[in-house]
Design a protein around this ligand. Structure first.
Ligand SMILES: Cc1ncc(COP(=O)(O)O)c(C=O)c1O
Length: 481
């Protein structure tokens, strides 16, 4: 039904679906239907409801019935009514229903805690808004209407040119606009690849252990059986690679989460395996721009562009909410992959792609990466120094990326630290508590996975202080036992 503006001035032209088939009369049914719409989140806080006259007309009720229902719901706290601003859904719902309204499947609240050192996110408050806005302006004034049609499934040509140039220049990838495919981030890229390779006959996929949980999950969701490869100081160990597995999904520049670099000898073993088996290596270069002690190790893809699929993303450089990433694919895979993209209708929004292309080609992207890299390097250094003052345990992995590992003695100690931190308002992840091991087992090494890029600058020091005091207290307890 449509609630049109009415003489009462409260109309909003709002489309409102209300099911009035309850018991106890139409007035009660209307109350119940409105309550349910608010409780379920269909009507969100602040939404302006139709005026009583237009709602009554639309529902075939008397205006008095609607007035009475609104009055009752205002008294209960579901709605608010103020002269001149109409009747709206209340901002704070009645106490008894807060739990239900919080909703399942909502993203975890990140801001509520005092500190957040979970990995997986850059400092999103550093997003280059001014440069992004300049790019939006340039794009919107130069864009031709024709470009607003359905996008090329491989991505907008301007962005493919800019990305191919960027990944060749900064990561040594063998890329051309023709081999580049734009995606809505790396996760989507892996899902599209998994589906494509499954269709081409792959049945198993090797992943790192410990490894990124989503790697495992999305491969399994595509019907590929995940085969775990142990990780040591040289990265993923290829000795357990099954002949005939269709692909291996790796993080060569900075193993996630262990933080080591895939050794040159192992890179060759993976490539030989892929050649022998007509298989592919997917190189997840999720944080390859961030190396603090030396030049980043170049992309593995350059060793075998016919066997290694390179994947990059803006999630660690700009923000995960941008949802843009890219693949550089071997020629043989391009058409099968684009078929999957077409079928999934997954090509990212045209305007976003053009804005990113503009940001890259005007230098704003590189400038931003250089700026935040300096800040993260400082944070990492500070984290290492402060932790060294309370524990002899050294951080694991190379100085790179946005996270590091602090080994702890056992899975129980890890759980204890994560729980104690949470009670103190600090959010942490551990290898066990966040499900990095495959298979899980209490006897496997334990560590905190510390995402030092996550807090905004103003909250960094407080999060670090909290972490250092918690780790210090744990160390003191252990030494007095
Ligand atoms: C190892 C690794 N790969 C991929 C991703 C996901 O990237 P995107 O946000 O582009 O899907 C993440 C995000 O945390 C990651 O940690």
């Amino acid at each position: 039904m449509r609630g049109a503006p009415d003489g009462g001035g409260l109309g909003s032209g709002l489309d409102l679906h209300l099911d009035l088939h309850g018991t106890g009369g139409v007035g009660r049914s209307l109350e119940a239907a409105l309550r349910e719409a608010v409780r379920s989140g269909r009507l969100t806080a602040g939404t302006r409801l139709p005026g009583t006259r237009s709602l009554a007309t639309d529902l075939g009720l008397s205006r008095g019935t609607v007035v009475q229902a609104y009055t009752q719901l205002i008294a209960e706290g579901w709605l608010t009514g103020a002269r001149g601003s109409g009747t709206r859904v209340a901002g704070v719902l009645p106490e008894s229903h807060l739990g239900e309204a919080a909703g399942q499947g909502q993203p975890e609240p990140r801001a509520a805690a005092l500190g957040d050192l979970r990995p997986g996110r850059p400092d999103v408050s550093a997003f280059p808004r001014a440069d992004w806005m300049s790019s939006v302006r340039r794009v919107m004034s130069a864009m031709e209407s024709e470009q607003m049609g359905y996008p090329d499934p491989a991505g907008m040509p301007a962005l493919r040119v800019a990305v191919a140039d960027y990944v060749s220049r900064t990561r040594g990838v063998w890329a051309s606009p023709g081999s580049t495919v734009i995606t809505a981030g790396a996760t989507q890229a892996f899902a599209l690849l998994a589906c494509t390779l499954r269709r081409l006959g792959a049945r198993c996929a090797a992943t790192e252990d410990p490894g990124f949980v989503l790697h495992r999950e999305l491969l399994a969701a595509a019907g590929l059986h995940p085969v775990p490869l142990p990780v040591d100081a040289d990265g993923a160990d290829p000795s357990g690679l099954p002949e005939g597995a269709g692909l291996a999904l790796l993080t060569p520049a900075h193993q996630h989460p262990w933080g080591v670099v895939l050794a040159p000898g192992r890179r060759s073993v993976f490539i030989d395996w892929a050649r022998r088996n007509d298989s592919y290596v997917i190189e997840d270069d999720y944080d390859g721009e961030f190396r603090y002690d030396q030049q980043p190790v170049g992309a593995m893809q350059a060793l075998a562009p016919d066997r290694v699929i390179y994947a990059g993303s803006t999630s660690k450089t700009l923000a995960p909410g941008v949802r843009l990433g890219w693949l550089v694919v071997p020629a043989a895979l391009r058409d099968p992959l684009l078929r999957t993209v077409r079928e999934a209708g997954s090509a990212p929004a045209v305007i976003d792609q053009l804005v990113l292309a503009d940001l890259l080609s005007h230098g704003g992207y590189d400038r931003h990466v250089r700026r935040v890299r300096l800040g993260y390097r400082r944070r990492r250094h500070e984290l290492a120094e402060r932790l060294a003052s309370v524990t002899d345990t050294r951080l694991a992995g190379v100085a790179a990326g946005l996270h590091t590992l602090l080994p702890v003695p056992s899975a129980a100690a890890e759980r204890d630290l994560v729980d104690t931190a949470q009670r103190a308002g600090l959010l942490l992840h551990g290898l066990h508590t966040a499900g990095y091991w495959h298979p899980a087992g209490q006897e496997r090494p334990a560590a905190l996975v510390l995402g030092y890029a996550t807090p905004p600058q103003h909250a960094w020091r407080r999060a670090l202080d909290l972490l250092v005091s918690l780790v210090g207290a744990t160390m003191r307890r252990r030494s007095t036992r």
